[in-house]
Ligand binder design. Structure first.
Ligand code: GLY
Length: 359
């Protein structure tokens, strides 16, 4: 088992390894010794696969366990689902020492975390990630929340977990589609801060083994650990997204607009890949990113079966970005990669973003 500690104001561990779901009761008991009750939050895709294992592991440690299962999908990431979780905890008589365990991917982690952040003005959450996207990004760093019709993640709270459990065995059962979308976030780290990861992913792609990563348990675990270490390093510096943490949003500002405009029919990872593709082309046209690097970046995204193009116009992208939750006053932070392995934060008005996308 790999252990990476996130040095947030209240530090916590991310545990990564095969078969951790069976041990989750013991691991959660160590991290949350005062807890008696646990609400497991999960969706209709994940619960049939893992709920029984997690529940019996928790009950084996003496926890009183209840469940809240919601229909799978980003469109369920709303206040009604969170209200269902609040009601369940109220019915079960949860107190401040009890916990939520969010079992699943990014949507489950965001909502379970938000329900925990707000119930009784804040109880603890344990993130139990089952998707690649959640393991490398969403479950670490304490961002929780829900979507509004006007935009993604517009309501939420920072709520650092008490513990993150990442059972890499779950990655074997992911659909190719879900695995591929998670790769968008992996590639993001390679672009913004991890030149070594870029080389690892590129050399797999060049040797024709990009497609076998999902079944290469050792390589995959190393990559997940790498991404979590990268993210932990960022969170230690900027827990509340006021500075360097914003680089993790590379490709996301436009990606979120594409995602919302598709009514969430396109997955988050696919939209982030498209958003990265659009920014790569804009940087190349503006002359800040060398053509060779732009080609290498675009090829890497495509090698992992992700798209780099979208029909969104610069006008639609800039207009959609007006609602970006990271907007401060009249400007938004646009993340640029002008050299592979490092990112910069560029503050732009929506008019400047439009000009940049049109260059
Ligand atoms: N997913 C971006 C962040 O955690 O800041």
């Amino acid at each position: 088992m790999n252990k990476i500690t996130v040095e947030a104001a209240q530090p916590y561990d991310v545990l990564i390894g095969d078969g951790l779901l069976e041990q989750c009761g013991r691991l959660i008991r160590q991290a949350c010794s005062a807890a008696r009750k646990v609400l497991i939050v999960s969706d209709t895709n994940v619960a049939p696969l893992y709920m029984d294992t997690v529940k019996s592991s928790l009950e084996g440690e003496g926890f009183i366990v209840s469940e809240y299962i919601f229909p799978a999908g980003e469109e369920e990431k709303n206040i009604s689902s969170v209200a269902g979780m609040w009601s369940e905890m109220a019915r079960e008589g949860f107190t401040r020492t009890d916990i939520v365990a969010a079992l699943g991917g990014g949507v489950t982690g965001d909502m379970g975390g938000f329900a925990a952040a707000t119930f009784l003005r804040g109880i603890r959450v344990v993130q139990i990630s089952t998707s690649l996207l959640s393991m490398v990004d969403a479950s670490v760093g304490g961002k929780t929340g829900i979507d509004l019709p006007q935009g993604k993640n517009l309501v939420g709270a920072f709520c650092q977990p008490a513990l993150v459990i990442e059972d890499t065995g779950c990655l074997r059962s992911l659909s190719t589609e879900h695995f591929t979308e998670g790769m968008a976030e992996v590639i993001k780290y390679a672009f913004i801060m991890d030149g070594t990861l870029f080389r690892i992913l590129s050399s797999r792609a060049e040797s024709g083994s990009a497609g076998s990563l999902q079944t290469d348990a050792e390589a995959l675990t190393d990559i997940v650990c790498r991404c979590v270490r990268d993210k932990a390093m960022i969170i230690a510096q900027d827990e509340h997204d006021n500075g360097i943490r914003q680089i993790l949003n590379y490709g996301h500002t436009i990606g979120h607009v594409i995602e919302r405009d598709s009514n969430y029919s396109l997955s988050h990872g696919v939209c982030v890949a498209k958003g990265m593709g659009i920014i790569i082309r804009a940087c190349r046209r503006s002359g800040s990113l060398e053509s060779k690097s732009a080609d290498m970046m675009t090829e890497l995204i495509r090698a992992y079966n992700l798209p780099t193009e979208d029909k969104i116009t610069p006008e639609q992208a800039a207009e959609g970005a007006r609602n970006d939750k990271k907007k401060r006053g009249d400007t938004i932070s646009v993340i640029l990669v002008n050299k592979i392995g490092s990112a910069e934060i560029c503050r732009m008005s929506t008019e400047e973003l439009l000009e940049f996308l049109k260059t």
